[in-house]
Design a protein around this ligand. Structure first.
Ligand code: HMN
Length: 292
């Protein structure tokens, strides 16, 4: 599974003002990631794609556009998780047939599912396809925390090859790294990429790589080479950028920054709000300072 290491952008999706998918814009975002951000792959259908607000047909359409645009230039991961596990299975089959390199699924959320139910969910999804699965763990949004042993139980299924670890728990990250040296671990918080890389992650999946992919790779590579001070300087600049983005509204600001790079990144999808004039203005300042 070493082919899946590296820097993956969590793909932003361009929506029109009425919430429909702007296909041309999505293609431009993908090209920007490949040509300018030089990413190794894309994580399609994640939080960043505003995926949990979409219909099954829309999710499929985005998987199709991404594969059609990226072809085999980079690696593609399809996030198919949903609390409707039958939808997840349908999407996993769809993405596998399209040729996606791996499937990922968020831990099922909203209801307080037991660990056995979570395990059944993952096995149901991945056993329905000839593919590999990456667990998407993001406790701050899902409320689902899993222990080292529970990850181990999920990893008993050989098709479950890793985890996207979107948490600030570096103790758990270190324990997972030690316990499962052959599984893939992706850092999920871009602002904590340096410490995660020092602890030995195999790659990173992040929203801000859509605009900051070059610095992200520098942090990753320098940290792997043990050049910690240089990596830290770039993490500092990166985090000035990320703090500014977070205070101005994450996805809206990322889209404005893309627009300033000539990419038609569109709007966010309801119930997320349309961007205000003040946000647009602030995005210009952020762009001039950190992105241009
Ligand atoms: C996804 O599912 O789209 C992303 O992989 C999620 C990714 O971990 C991002 N998390 C969220 O947006 C909740 C991060 O890139 C995050 O946006 C970034 O670190 C800024 O906090």
């Amino acid at each position: 599974n070493a082919d899946m290491r590296g820097i993956f952008s969590a793909l932003l999706v361009s929506y029109n003002e009425d919430g429909s998918i702007n296909e041309k814009g999505v293609r431009q975002i993908i090209r920007h990631n490949i040509d300018n951000m030089k990413v190794d792959g894309l994580y399609v259908g994640g939080s960043t794609g505003e995926n949990f607000m979409l219909s099954t047909e829309e999710k499929k359409q985005i998987f199709e556009i991404a594969k059609d645009e990226a072809k085999n230039e980079i690696k593609l991961i399809a996030q198919v998780g949903s609390i409707n596990v039958y939808e997840s299975v349908e999407l996993a089959k769809f993405a596998t047939e399209l040729g996606y390199d791996a499937i990922s699924a968020v831990t099922p959320f909203y209801y307080k599912f037991s660990f056995n139910e979570i395990k059944d969910y993952y096995n149901t999804i991945i056993d329905s396809v000839d593919n590999r699965l990456i667990i998407y763990s993001i406790p701050f949004l899902t409320g689902v925390d899993m222990s080292v042993e529970q990850f181990g139980e999920l990893f008993e299924n050989e098709k479950i090859i890793g985890v996207k670890f979107t948490a600030a728990d570096f103790y758990l990250l270190e324990r997972l790294r030690k316990a499962y040296p052959n599984h893939l671990i992706y850092a999920g918080f871009d602002e904590m990429m340096l410490p995660a890389t020092v602890l030995g992650v195999d790659g990173a999946i992040g929203s801000t790589f859509n605009v900051n992919g070059i610095r992200a790779r520098q942090i990753f590579d320098l940290a792997k080479e043990g050049k910690i001070e240089e990596a830290r300087e770039i993490q500092h600049v990166t985090n000035d950028l990320i703090s500014a983005i977070l205070s101005n509204g994450l996805y809206a600001t990322l889209k404005e920054l893309l627009k300033l790079s000539g990419v038609d990144a569109g709007y966010c999808r309801k119930p997320m709000a349309l961007t205000t004039d003040a946000q647009v203005e602030e995005a210009k300042n952020i762009f001039d300072k950190y992105v241009k």
